[in-house]
Design a protein around this ligand. Structure first.
Ligand code: HXC
Length: 258
């Protein structure tokens, strides 16, 4: 039997995935990433789930790709099989919101994984970095692309070239994380936030996610047009009728997620 590296559970309409390789600070190997991908796809397909949280341990969200597993790979190994990188992109196919709840180290592939989530909630103990340069490589799962978009070129370049870490305060100031919470409240806070999102109309939430992501993939005028088309399509949803009627009638809406 293969080891369980990702624990999957539900909290109401929230799907929680916990990276569980504590002895290696959640170093990301192929099995772990396969299990994470499978867990994400299962929650995405589950009508009872409205938002997903990925978290790690107190000491590490994830300290990067598994260096021990990678050290003897050849170019042909990685090019032909796409080890590691192959199963990293599953998260980009997930249409429901995914929150990264980060405590401790989020380094290398761990930082890249957090940045692939829709937003990052950081414990006051969180430390972010792209230290690949120190082991003779460069980031391989979007770090050189997503970090500059999140924190600007100067800070991203310095971090990628020196491998230095950024603490939670610097990460919040730079816009990498949405908020800092006390470490002992991180999971509770992440679940609370995810529960708020999961209580909204699911199709509206999915459209909002899709539209914000467009900001990174298109010009402003294209993005605004995309948003307008989605906004118009909201008026085909039962949840739009219910949400607006509930406001006018001064009551809470009951969304049917359709
Ligand atoms: C494999 C790792 C690991 C990693 C930690 N461990 N990070 N194993 N791959 N990325 C293991 C250690 O070997 C050790 O195992 C145990 O976890 C505890 O780590 P320590 O180093 O003893 O802990 P500490 O002194 O507290 O230092 C923590 C740390 C350090 C600063 C996070 O572990 C560290 O620098 N880790 C490597 C970070 C890194 O370079 N990440 C980028 C990887 S490359 P034992 O068995 O000795 O107890 C990458 C490319 C992504 O991510 C490409 C994506 C496709």
């Amino acid at each position: 039997m293969s080891e369980i590296f990702v624990l999957s559970e539900t909290r109401g309409r929230v799907g929680l995935l916990t990276l569980n390789r504590p002895k290696a600070l959640n170093a990301l190997n192929d099995q772990l990433m396969d299990q994470l991908g499978a867990g994400l796809l299962a929650f995405d397909a589950n009508d009872d789930i409205g938002c997903i949280v990925i978290t790690g341990s107190e000491k590490a969200f994830a300290a990067g790709a598994d260096i021990g597993a990678m050290k003897d790979w050849s170019y042909m190994d990685v090019y032909k099989t796409e080890y590691i990188t192959r199963n990293w992109e599953t998260i980009r196919r997930i249409r429901k919101p995914v929150i990264a709840a980060v405590a401790g180290y989020a380094l290398g592939g761990g930082c890249e994984l957090a940045m692939m989530c829709d937003f990052i909630l950081a414990a006051d103990t969180a430390k972010f970095g792209q230290p690949e340069i120190k082991i003779g490589v460069i980031p391989g799962s979007g770090g050189t692309q997503r970090l500059p978009r999140a924190v600007g070129k100067s800070k991203a370049m310095e971090m990628v070239l020196t491998g230095r870490m950024m603490d939670a305060v610097e990460a919040e100031r730079a816009g990498l994380v949405s908020r800092i919470v006390a470490a002992d409240r991180l999971l509770e806070d992440a679940i609370e936030t995810a529960t708020v999102i999961a209580g909204m109309s699911l199709p509206a939430v999915m459209m909002a996610k899709e539209s914000v992501n467009r900001a990174y993939e298109s010009s402003l005028s294209e993005g605004v047009l995309f948003e307008r088309r989605l906004f118009h399509s909201c008026f085909a949803m039962a949840d739009q009728k219910e949400g607006m009627a509930a406001f006018v009638e001064k009551r809470k809406p009951t969304f049917k997620h359709m």
